[in-house]
Design a protein around this ligand. Structure first.
Ligand SMILES: C[S@@+](CC[C@H](N)C(=O)[O-])C[C@H]1O[C@@H](n2cnc3c(N)ncnc32)[C@H](O)[C@@H]1O
Length: 197
């Protein structure tokens, strides 16, 4: 077995053992340890939340009073009392409108682990992934509290720099990172941003 596959396999098994719905859960645990983005009593909005690994992690971190909203095209099996689920494609305008009208107000942290269906053609996948990410960044003034934070997945490629520059205009602190749980060969990375202006 290749080292890459062995690593993937290890985290998949560990997720199963610990009751996490996805190995992605370990990425959020690692990134949150490093950047301290999610705190007790925060309200969190998680885009691309299915099957729910990040929801499991964040809904524990925000206890006792924080709430978490998860959004995905795919259905998500119900989680704890502090988790609300919306099913929908965020490319459709009404999906974000539904979230805005849910009455939870602006969020302390926005998470996005969204990844489009992979075509295998790197340029197309990069473009589609950055398009999805830009859709939510454009709505930050309505979604995110002043001084709030976000953690966004991004596929590396020609548009990454302009995405980073856009975020640097809107946040006091912006950092790019590749978590250990991500496969080395993948072009996936994460952007942690704090202090929404
Ligand atoms: C890597 S998975 C997320 C894993 C999740 N963070 C977890 O811990 O279980 C990426 C998700 O993005 C979702 N997604 C992709 N395009 C989307 C869109 N246009 N609107 C909403 N969700 C989308 C996919 O359905 C998929 O569930």
């Amino acid at each position: 077995m290749r080292l890459e596959d062995a690593k993937k396999d290890h985290y998949r098994k560990l997720a199963k053992e610990l009751g996490y719905r996805s190995r992605s859960a370990f990425k959020l645990i690692e990134l949150n340890k490093k950047y301290n983005l999610i705190k007790s009593n925060d309200n969190i909005l998680d885009f691309g939340a299915a099957p729910g690994g990040w929801l499991q992690v964040s809904s524990k971190l925000v206890m006792p009073k924080g709430k978490v909203i998860g959004v995905d095209i795919l259905p998500i099996m119900p989680l704890g009392e502090n988790v609300t689920i919306f099913q929908g494609d965020i490319r459709e305008k009404e999906v974000i409108e539904r979230i805005l009208h849910a009455g939870e107000g602006k969020m302390d942290v926005v998470l996005s682990d969204m990844a489009p269906n992979i075509s295998g053609i790197w340029k197309i996948d990069h473009n589609n992934q950055i398009d999805l990410t830009m859709l939510i960044i454009d709505r930050f003034p309505e979604l995110l509290e002043k001084n709030g934070s976000c953690l966004l997945k991004a596929f590396d490629g020609p548009r990454l720099k302009s995405l980073e520059n856009n975020l640097k205009k809107n946040f006091k602190n912006v950092k790019l990172i590749k978590p250990k749980v991500s496969r080395n060969a993948s072009s996936e990375l994460y952007i942690s941003c704090r202090g929404f202006r």
